[in-house]
Design a protein around this ligand. Sequence first.
Ligand SMILES: [Zn+2]
Length: 232
Amino acid sequence: MKKSRYLTACAGWMLVLPGVIRNCGWFGAVEKSFPTRERELLLTIDDGPDPRQTPQILDTLAKARVRAVFFVIGKKVEDHPALCRRMVEEGHSVQNHTYSHSSATFWSAGPRRAAEEITRCSAAIQKATGRMPVHFRAPVGMANPFVHLTAESCALKIIGWSATGHDGIAHDPARVVRRIRRSTTPGGIILLHESHLRGMREGERACTLSELLNTLKADGYIFTDRLDARSA
Ligand SMILES: [Zn+2]
């Protein structure tokens, strides 16, 4: 292979790789944890709002007196604005997780698509809640250089995670809690989902959340919304 073609191929991979590596920080900061001396955690919940799961999740959080950061999908916000308003009214934070959450293709988004996905979601959140988001999470954590540039120009900090139960796919509560507990450390950012999957019963996500909160509280952890407070 000629040297110039080899270099072009390398440059291409340099652009593509950050888009397919989760929480990759090559082209900009991705916060996956926060500094603390306490046994503090930040709870983030992605892919809502959903009328079959979100109300019970909000009930569970209220009962446990825990505040969460919801990374919502703009299209779903337009469909269920009242659920987004309820999140804010109950002290939670509502942040940007793209307009359509095209997880299979978003890693390859060019500048125009990245801008459209991010700005449309922020506009939907502002219309529903009256608040502009300050944080962004890419679908499945894959943010290419164009996504980083767009987020920066929209004054959005990119947030990743340090512990997930992979509950976007397998959602057995015990397994999800076990996986998260294994990778939980102080200052960790926990990722859960509130999307309704096929075969899932109404309110099932709240059962996982409740079990997780009980387990981590028994381990001596407390939940904070300080990541949001630091950026406010
Ligand atoms: Zn997602």
